[in-house]
Design a protein. Structure first.
Length: 189
């Protein structure tokens, strides 16, 4: 599959099979991710790959954030809520936490470091698609919470930029409508 085909045919796949994904294939996808551009070649990304019981770390992060959001809840209602939150970590056989780990290079600008980490996630998504995997890039309030950051042992300057759920597709995603590039382009000649 060439890159243009991968770009045009990649879709968010929200439902994947429980089948394990070979570690070599995950590493291949990650190898593509690290070829994203970064200002001053700072390469400000790192990846935390969770499979099998390793996804329990994310499950506990979800539970910790949920408990903090409901300080008045206790007993069985709290336990039910936490159990529901924990299941989110097991929606795919592989979950990759993508982290922006900004460089100490004095020329590095945080916005550019974040953009580079996001570009690495896009490379990861395209490589996953090109290799027959489905993926969804998840974010949302729990991902940005300080307790989630603590769960993953991130430093003060590091940030989660995405949780990529990865596996073999168990659905056929719809093709979204796209506004043509001509409608989003201004030519200055």
């Amino acid at each position: 599959m060439n890159v243009e085909e991968a770009i045009r045919t990649r879709r968010t796949v929200g439902r994947v099979k429980k089948d394990p994904v070979d570690r070599a294939l995950i590493e291949k996808v990650l190898e593509s991710a690290i070829w994203a551009p970064s200002h001053h070649n700072t390469q400000p990304w790192k990846f935390i790959v969770m499979t099998g019981d390793g996804r329990s770390r994310l499950a506990e992060g979800y539970a910790r954030v949920s408990a903090a959001a409901a300080p008045g809840l206790s007993g069985q209602p709290l336990e039910d809520r936490l159990a529901k939150e924990r299941t989110k970590a097991f929606r795919a056989p592989v979950v990759i936490a993508a982290v922006c780990s900004p460089s100490d290079d004095p020329r590095a600008v945080l916005a550019e470091e974040l953009a580079a980490a996001h570009a690495a996630v896009q490379n990861l998504l395209l490589a996953a698609h090109a290799n027959g995997l489905g993926a969804i890039w998840r974010s949302g309030e729990p991902m940005y919470h300080s307790l989630m950051k603590e769960t993953f042992g991130l430093s003060a300057k590091e940030q989660l930029v995405g949780l990529v759920y990865l596996g073999y597709p168990d659905m056929t995603p719809l093709e979204p409508a796209r506004v043509p590039a001509t409608a989003k382009t201004v030519w200055v000649e």
